[in-house]
Design a protein around this ligand. Structure first.
Ligand code: PLP
Length: 405
């Protein structure tokens, strides 16, 4: 048996596994309950419109006329249409049904989409970054060697307070550039002008942009783009990954979607190839889709009633985020994000490293954050706090944090 050497050579544990390990090791001796503002998992129960649709669909499946076997590879048309009507038409973005690919998660697709590219395609990411992008490409052998905490063949676009968390354009050519806005982990956004600059760069250089809009539901200002397709020409250079996880509480339910416009083409051996057709071919052989009750539940989240219910949930999380930002800033700390995203990016006061500060908060305040350095070298000196806990826990966590600073 010859193992995948790239998988074998992967460094350390996945970030959240290491966070969980440290929390578990400490928990038995903790003097009071630990409050978790670490992993970005939602906490509110599914909205009634969603569970009702799920139950009805499950019951339908138990009848001869309502039984559904394998779903269509790209998703049921009722969900594709609901996505187009609820998420894109209001932005003035026109899409056709077969440009929408329903999938079980944005993690699945952001990790798998590089399969569109050559085995040795060059990848670019912002730093700090959602770790799944890097891990997926490292396992596929695209990132070279891991030395001194960096991948030899990965292009990194650092985002720090010093550049207002706005990445520079890549200094060397890349085949695919991951952009995630609103950003996990920093909670920051790109303006329309800043995103346009990336679209123009991609047009000029033939770069594919993978735009991860998993947090678009948290944008409060219509001037901030919710979709990259709000930028003219983006349909020729970008795929977009979205998820019901953070917008409708589907982290445990699993449903997401990817947009691949038919205008998106690339040349190989003098031939123009549609990335939409290529992905459709790949999806048909790799997956059997998302179950009928879950797709019905996702469509219900996009119904007028569902949208009102999930918007109220998002607002609850954003109230937490605003409380965190106001409290930490009031204490004289430097914080970023938390305005159009459920993440607050705290600049660690003093000289502590991200992991030292993580341990300090865990042991002294019994509060769990996520060390910024776990998201990349430019995250060193920062800690990510999530707004996904209850209002009461969030308030108490903040009091505890301020008490030990
Ligand atoms: N993309 C980003 C930026 C995320 O932060 C996450 C989850 O935390 C995901 C994708 C995963 O989404 P899903 O639950 O749809 O797999």
């Amino acid at each position: 048996m010859r193992l995948n050497p790239h998988l074998v050579a992967m460094p350390g544990d996945y970030l959240f596994a290491e966070v969980a390990r440290r929390v578990q090791a400490y928990a038995p001796s903790a003097p009071r309950p630990i409050i978790r503002l670490g992993i970005g998992d939602v906490t509110q129960p599914l909205a009634p419109a969603i569970t009702q649709a799920m139950v009805e669909a499950a019951q339908e499946m138990g009848t001869p006329e309502g039984f559904h076997g394998y779903p269509p590879d790209q998703g049921y048309p009722f969900l594709q249409q609901a996505i187009i009507d609820a998420d894109y038409a209001p932005l003035g973005v026109r899409l056709e049904l077969d440009e929408v690919f329903v999938t079980d998660g944005a993690k699945t697709d952001t990790s798998a989409l590089p399969e569109l590219l050559a085995a040795d395609a060059r990848i670019g990411v912002t730093d700090p970054v959602y770790p799944a992008y890097i891990d997926a490409n490292a396992m596929a052998g695209r990132l070279g060697r891991h030395e001194g905490g960096a991948w030899s063949a990965l292009t990194i676009l650092p985002c720090r307070a010093e550049n207002d968390f706005v990445p520079e354009l890549p200094a060397q050519p890349v085949d695919m550039l991951y952009l995630c806005y609103p950003n996990n982990p920093t909670g920051t956004v790109l303006t329309r002008e800043q995103l346009t600059r990336f679209v123009r760069y991609a047009q000029d250089t033939g770069t594919l942009i993978l735009f991860d809009a998993a947090y678009k539901a948290y944008i409060t200002d219509p001037a901030i783009p919710r979709s990259i397709y709000e930028i003219e020409g983006a349909d020729q250079v970008a795929v977009e990954c979205c998820s019901f996880s953070k917008s409708a509480g589907f982290t445990g339910t699993r449903c997401a979607y990817t947009i691949i416009p038919k205008a998106l083409k690339a040349r190989i051996d003098g031939q123009s190839v549609s990335l939409n057709a290529l992905w459709r071919r790949r999806v048909a052989c790799r997956q059997n889709g998302v179950s009928y009750p879950i797709q019905r539940a996702a469509a219900a989240a996009l119904s007028p009633q569902g949208q009102r219910q999930v918007a109220a949930q998002v607002q609850t999380y954003m109230d937490n985020a605003h409380h965190m930002v106001a409290t930490l800033q009031g204490a004289g700390l430097q914080v970023f994000g938390g305005v159009h995203a459920p993440y607050v990016w705290l600049r660690i006061p003093g000289q502590r490293s991200s992991w030292e500060f993580f341990d300090h908060l865990l042991h002294q305040a019994q509060v769990v954050g996520t060390p910024g350095s776990g998201f990349g070298q430019a995250g060193e000196g920062y800690l990510r706090l999530t707004a996904f806990n209850t209002a009461a826990n969030t308030r108490e966590a903040l009091e505890r944090v301020l008490a030990v600073l």
